[in-house]
Design a protein. Sequence first.
Lengths: 110, 121
Amino acid sequence: QTVVTQEPSFSVSPGGTVTLTCGLTSGSVSPSYYPTWYQQTPGQPPRTLIYNTNTRSSGVPDRFSGSILGNKAALTITGAQADDECDYFCVLYMGSDISIFGGGTKVTVL
Amino acid sequence: QLQLQESGPGLVNPSETLSLTCTVSDGSFTTSFYYWAWIRQSPGKGLEWIGSVYYSGSTSYNPSLSSRVTISIDTSKNQFSLKLSSVTAADTALYYCARRATGARKDFDYWGQGTLVTVSS
């Protein structure tokens, strides 16, 4: 069974930089998985931050960037702000219209 | 602005069938450009893709749920539906409907607000 892995939590100082990762329990993440990153604030559905590895969705600040680092997809927040404190989920597309979500990373800004 | 709205019972008895409907507000529902999906989120936990339906009626399901899931579409009503049979407490979750484009962009770009379903007697 394929499992998408994410760090459970991360802390970052205001103005600091944090990199979240998205991996596979077996194999490497590549652009062929169309890595997508979502941000979810309490009481709201997720919203797309990054799709196709590194394309920012409309209206997303440029302090959010996506990439492949080693064998994982990565989301970097540069210059973290207080309202970046929430949950972040990655999703990998496995083909045949199957998508698998990671368990999410809770980011704290303090 | 596209809107998706989930509807259905908020309480389901164990072993019975959970049934939800998603109503889509615009004409993109009947085009070939999108899939229509159900996604759930257990309280305090992560997200799980349940399955998707295409305007033609073709479906794909999460292998871990496929034996219990049926997703259907009614283009005349701009609706698609989820049925999940033999539910247990583990199926208690916030259920979202969402849209995903068919092209190179694979994300779920529009979501409903979600509807909470509790499985309990």
